[in-house]
Design a protein. Structure first.
Length: 195
């Protein structure tokens, strides 16, 4: 494995910590403050990848924390709860299974642009179109702030122990690749050793 040096790297940053709670705090700080300030990349264009679903640095907990930080509840934003998941106007979401009737497919990404609790409809802008979802179809949408697997147009970097990777989402199509040497853009990796 090649040796890494913080002095030589301008596009990869490592934030080691032994505490998973601190690693989760770092992810929020990196996405909400550091990346936008240093690189001018909006928080909504940052994709966080985690190799696990459970725990303080897993997909579920990080999605909840990032939603709270980036799209907090507001009286002006209607929301809908489905189990433990809250859907709110402004949330980033991802289609998690194919729906040929709507012409949306597993991995398609968008943003909730409206939510009508009376009509029980939610609308998601995916690329240049708005796709309506009945509240009974919300199980087709997953949160997008944190993902567990690389999807179309993303690159997964690493995934060891409790390693988390915050990456800018790519707008151009490219092949999914693994490995630091093949990654383009900037990586910020808070690492919590096995607790």
């Amino acid at each position: 494995m090649p040796e890494w040096s913080s002095e030589r790297s301008k596009d990869f940053f490592l934030f080691p910590t032994d505490d998973p709670e601190r690693a989760a705090e770092l992810v929020i700080e990196i996405v909400q403050e550091r990346i936008p300030r240093k690189f001018g990349i909006p928080s909504n264009d940052v994709q966080v990848l985690s190799p696990m679903h459970r725990g303080e640095v897993g997909v579920t907990a990080l999605n909840e924390k990032l939603q709270e930080a980036l799209n907090p509840p507001s009286p002006q934003k209607p929301e809908r709860r489905l189990g433990s998941r809250v859907y709110r106007q402004g949330d980033r979401v991802m289609q998690i299974r194919n729906n040929y009737d709507k012409d949306v497919f597993n991995g398609d990404q968008g943003q909730v642009v409206s939510l009508d609790p009376i009509e029980q409809l939610l609308a998601v802008r995916i690329d240049d179109r708005v796709v309506p979802y009945d509240f009974l179809e919300l199980d087709e949408l997953g949160p997008l702030a944190v993902d567990a697997l690389p999807r179309h147009g993303q690159v997964l970097i690493g995934g060891f122990n409790h390693e988390l990777v915050a990456r800018r989402r790519h707008t151009e199509q490219q092949h999914e690749e693994n490995g630091f040497s093949k990654a383009a853009g900037h990586s910020h990796t808070p690492v919590a050793e096995n607790p």
